[in-house]
Every structure is written in structure tokens, then in C-alpha cells.
Design a protein around this ligand. Sequence first.
Ligand code: ANZ
Ligand code: ZN
Length: 806
Amino acid sequence: MDYPFKKIERKWQSVWQKNNFSIWRAKDFGPKKKIYILDMFPYPSGEGLHVGHTEGETGSDILSRYSRMNDYNVLHPMGWDAFGLPAENYAIKMKKNPMTFISKNIATFKKQQRSIGLSFDWSREINTTDPNYYKWTQLIFLKLFEKGLAYKAEAPINFCPSCKTGLANEEVVEGKCERCGAETTIKNLNQWHLKITAYAERLLNDLDKLNWPENIKELQRNWIGRSEGYEIDFPIEFSDKKIRVFTTRADTIYGATFLVLAPEHNFCLKLAKDDYYFLVERYLKKTARQDKTETTGVFTGSHAIHPLTGDRLPIWISDYVLGGYGSAAIMAVPAHDKRDYVFAKKFSLPIKQVIQIPNEKGLPFENYGQLLNSEEFTDLSSKEAANQIGNYLKKIGLGKMTIKYRLRDWIFSRQRYWGEPIPLVNCPRCGIVPLKEKDLPLKLPKLKTYAPTGTGESPLKNAEAWVKTRCPRCHRPARRETDTMPNWAGSCWYYIRYIDPKNKKSLADKKKLKTWLPVDVYVGGVEHAVLHLLYARFWHKFLYDLKIVATDEPFQKLVNQGIVLGPDNQKMSKSKGNVVNPDSIVKKYGADSLRLFLMFMGPFEAIKSWDEKNINGVHRFLIRLHRFGQRLKARSDKTETKIAARKKTEALERLNWTTVKVSHDIETFNFNTAISASMEFLNYLEDNKIYSKKIFLDLVKLLFPFAPHLSQEIWSNLGKKTILDKEKWPKTKTKSAGPRKITLIVQFNGKKKTSLVVDADKEFDEIKNMVLAEPKVRTNLKNAVLIKTVYVKNAVVNFVVKPKTE
Ligand code: ANZ
Ligand code: ZN
């Protein structure tokens, strides 16, 4: 028989909703210890919430409810990351302002989140597209500008010549425009950049302080990509210019047989000699290609001089050397670098081995070793040689040690409408002039059409009345910047605004920031490993340097929920039609079953696939929980005293163990094992007919964070008037769960002689010595011959004996 989950859930949701959800409101300066539990805020898409959001949000909700019961002052907010491409594209199609349907989408999301009982502090809701929010995003940009961390430079955008519009990377699929299929090109535009590279070292080093999954830290480390090496200058033959290369293997310099420049290198055309000019020019035009798997290159006709041997080295150009890394030029050592080797083979360039290699190995050999063919450095180890060669080059003024980062500055311009306007003005007289803080927010104008301009520039270019303004400095006519900020801007600091969302004077009050930061637990998808999580750390460090925030990292602990695959084991997507909508599950089984199921599918951080069949398991558990509550209600309170003392002790022992286990598992995001421990405990109560209200109500408390509606219903059915959010979590006698204990009955020939407490789930061999040491066992065995031992795990050991015959 099912339980009336619809009625129950509706009832408690309306109780929670009273006074605008005041029971979940965080207190700014309360006496309790604080905990800030944050979800990555969603983009309110037209499709509504999907089970991927639901999974993460349920996990953080469990921790939040648990923390409230453990006497924490919990900050658990929600908001909307509402700028972005899908809304803009929809606006173009519908010829409507994106705001109109964003609001509708948000309403849907909120309704869904409430329907699954998520306990957010709604008084702190924020929306990145609200001018009262983006005013502060704009202000942070102005501060970056003021500190020289925002600058304009040429950078490429993807451009579709057929749609005549700039495209985001995700709109280019295999080199083609996602909408019309035309081949895309690259267009260079003057764009805003943020100097995140100025923070590279700190962003890298401070990762060590964070309690984040190791794989995410590693992704960030690789993204930042620190390399220690040498810059070495190779003089160009018949010229006073030099080519600077970056190498991490100065030890292999005697093996350098040619140089390679990136196509973006300034010298490419200058070095192209007579007959080669045309070929070089053609090569440079062609390398805007997307596919760079094929080895291509062109000789410039020029040579450089090897700084140690004086040999002439041909200078080539190839796109396997990146324009944006190191010094955009390399010394090629084909014997010891794979890419150089492939290149040398293809263009028949010399290969010179300079590191000794083991017999069984061939070229290219990329490991370190002992030097060969390297004049006075021969026989040194790679490490020693790199040192000595580096020192020598320094002495003759042709080299120095250096550190390079792979991290590039952040291109911060978007040629879009639906983003924060960049609050700058171009004045013909004063140049680029920032708006005054009092003139923020600079609001987005309403447009007649949101269609692109055709040149790759922002549709704001067409809003002539908005673009035309006066210079904040000299008050002469000037024009506004029309690029907008990328989607990542608003999400760089939203966790700060939650702390003081209505503040009119600053991002947030300093004292409040000091109370709440850092975020203690941040829950979200692994897809944000680099961009969002790196950009937010960058802005946070910048605000730290401005002494606005008092911590130098925003998110102390990070937890990634594993993605939920569709029923077909594929990533859920609209195009595959395998998206599971939580609404249908709530309707069929109730919110508590959905929550429990999402958490019971597997470890929180593991990838799982959706199999609706299995909901029945958790749903039946809830039915049994409900029924047990009904049964208890029907009994008189006297039954409590009828439970045998021994049984009661054992039940309390077990309850203690379950409480410790569930607490520990919630704190470590092992929700699935917390649920199974609770299930086992209910089994135990049922099997042993332990009709104790006191014990059962503690189990109900343990289940409250997972299945809040039903737990609250049972709680109140059994005569409790309080709201469980405000109740205390059950106390435990012990801190660590350790192994679960059971009482093992010891029999001789089927008759109970004694019992002892041992660890649960043990094989007999593991507890044999303890059992044999029991005094009763010893005396009984002394006078008997043991025939066999029958052991039933977690229950009984029976010694079958016969009397000793003298
Ligand atoms: C000579 C050499 C010999 C190198 C050898 C490697 C092995 P990481 O660790 O990633 O920093 N390099 C330098 N600038 C480059 C660029 N703009 N595009 C592509 N490759 C570039 O790698 C540094 C190494 O990558 C450098 O050390 C350089 O090749 C190459 F046996 O110099 B090496
Ligand atoms: Zn001016």
C-alpha cells in the first residue's frame, strides 16, 4: 500500500513557505558557528531543471539540513546565471527582449526546486542580469581597468561569412557554423583582455591550500602550465637581430639542427628571402586552418648561428610551434623531441643525437640522460649540463633562466547583446575613459532587433542613441564601448553578493564578508574545472588585493557530483531525447523518493546512469517507514516498557552506530551508504519488533535531511509539534563509527550458554580467539570433545560437543 506522498509533500511545503521561507534564513551575526554551503547557480534555460541539477542540489540540501540540526548558522542561497547565448539566440528568433522569457524560466526553476523540498534562503536570491547586480560586476571591471589589468588588444573571433556573425567556440562544430553549416573563418578584432596571467603564480601555488578533488587541481595546474627553462638567443646570419627561443632542455642545445618560428612570429616575412617570399606568404595565409594534425612547414631561406658551435641553422616556419606560448620560436632538437623528429624526417633535415640512449631504445629519445657530442659538456648528466650551459650562455649574454606559463590572458569581450555592457567610453580627445561609479549601472538598452550587425560586432553598435554619449572627463561627444562581458563575469563573484544581496553602497558589507567567507562547501559539475573556477579565483584574489575580501581563496572545499547519464547510458541532451525531467518522477513517486533515489544510485561523485526501475526500491522503503510510524502511533505508550532490557540495550547500541555512520557519511558526501545504514536499521527494528517511539524518532531525524517531507509528517504524527529543521541531531556516545558491533550468542549443542559483543560481519576465524577466551566457553569446552562448530554470521556460534569419555 502506497503512502499519501502528494498530500504530505504539499502540506509541509506550504508550512516551510510561511513568512517567505524564514526558517531557512541565515543570520548574519548570529552566535552560532557559520557554514556556507553553495551550489553552482544554474542557467535558467527554457527546458527547466533536469536531474543533473537536482542531484547536486539535493546533496547540498542534505548537508544544509544536517548542519542546521547540528546547530550551525547555515548560508545556503540560490540564484540565476542568466546572461548567455541560448537566451540571445532565442531573442533573435522571437524578436523579444531576453529578459521577458528569462523571468518566466526562473519562475519555472523555482517552482521545481520548491517541489523537491530544497531548503534555500530565498531572501538572498540574485540574478546576474539584474542591473542592481551587474552594477557591481561593472564596478569590478572598472577596478581591474584602473589597476591596469584590463587592456585592449587584437584577438581572433570565429566568424561565419554566411550568417555574418561572430560565433562562440561552442557554436563552431568541426570548423563549421552550427546554424548554417558554412565553413567558419577567423576574424581579428580589437578586444578587451583581463590580465589573469599576472596571477598565474598565485593561482598555481594556492591550489595546495584547497580541499578540492585532486583531479580538478591537476586540471588547473595543467591549464596554468608552469615551465622552468631558458630563453636562448640565436643571432640571425647577416643581421644584427636575434631569434629568441624558449626551451626546457638547454642540455640538448648541441642537438639543435634548425629553428622553427610560429606563423604568428613577427619575423616570418622579414626573414623570407627572394625565392622563398611567395611560399612563405602562401603558407602564412593557409595556416588559419582548423586541422593541425598534418605536419606542414616552409623554409624562410634564412639561417641563424648556433651560439655554441657557430653552425648555420636553417630557419623554418611551422604551425606546430604556437604563437601564444614561450617566445613563439623553438630550437628544434629532432633526436630528442618527437614533433621535431617528425618534422625533420618530413623535410629531410639533419638529426643529431646528444643524449646517450639505452641499447634497446631508438630515436627520438625524450628522456634525460648523459650527454654525447656536446664538446666540453659531454658525459655530464642532463641536469648538470643544463645548469652549466645556462650559466655559460648567460655569461656571453645569449641566455637566461625563465619561467613560462601556458595560461593566456582572458579575452573579455563578446560581440553580443545579452551580457553586461563594458562601462567605458571612447572619447576622440581623451581616449578610453571609464564611467564614474555614480553612473553605474550602465544598463542594456532595449533594441528593436537583437540580430547581429553583419560585421561580427555587437548588436549594440546599432543602438545609436545609446552609443552616443558624452565623455565623462571632458564632456565632449563620445561613443560607448559596444562589446559586452562574457558569461563568466557574473559568475565570478555571485557567492559574494549572496552575503549582502541588497547592499546599495558596496559589493557587500565588509563585516558580513568577514563572517561568511570563504565558502565552506561548493557543489557543482566537473565541467567547470577550469574556466569558471579559475576565473572566480582570479577575481577573488584581485578583490583580496583591494582588501575587499579577507580570504585569498573563495571556495575552501569543492565537491563534484558525478553526472547522471540518461537511461541509454548516454549524456542527457535534448537532441537525444533522453533527458529525465524531475517533475514526472515527483508526480509518480513523490519528491522524497526522487531525492532518496538520486542519492542512492551510487557514490555522489561517481558517474551513474538513470534506471527508473530502481526507484521502487527506495519508494518501498519509504512506504515501510510510513507504516512503521502508523503502527507505533496505534500502540499505547506502554509498549515501550515491554521491550526486554537486553533487546533495548542492543537496539540503542545499534542506533548509536547508525547515527555515527549517517553523520560521518553526510559530512563526507557518502549519501548512498548513509541511506543503506538507515535501511538496515529499519529492517532491524521491524525484524526484532522494537516498537520504541524514542528509538524510531531518532531514525526519523536521521532520515530528515534525505526525505524531509515524510520524516516531518511522521514526526508530527507521533505527537511532536516542532519543525525538524529546528530539532537537534541525535546525540552519539562515540565519535567514530568504527565497525558495527553485534551481540553474538554462544550455544553448546543448541543451548545458549553466553553471549559477547563482537564486530559485525566477521568470519569465524577473525573472532575465534575472542570467543574461545570467554570463561563460559572455556569451562564448557574443557569437559567435552568438540565435534563441529556451526557459525551463523552476526548471530550465533553453536559448538556441537560430546562428553569426554575417560
Ligand atoms: C628544445 C627541446 C629539446 C625541447 C628537447 C624539448 C625537448 P613545455 O614543457 O610545455 O613548456 N616549445 C617552446 N615554445 C614552444 C611553442 N611556442 N610552441 C610549441 N613548442 C614550444 O615545453 C617546452 C618545450 O616545448 C621547449 O623545449 C620547446 O622545445 C617547445 F629534446 O626546446 B624544447
Ligand atoms: Zn574626453
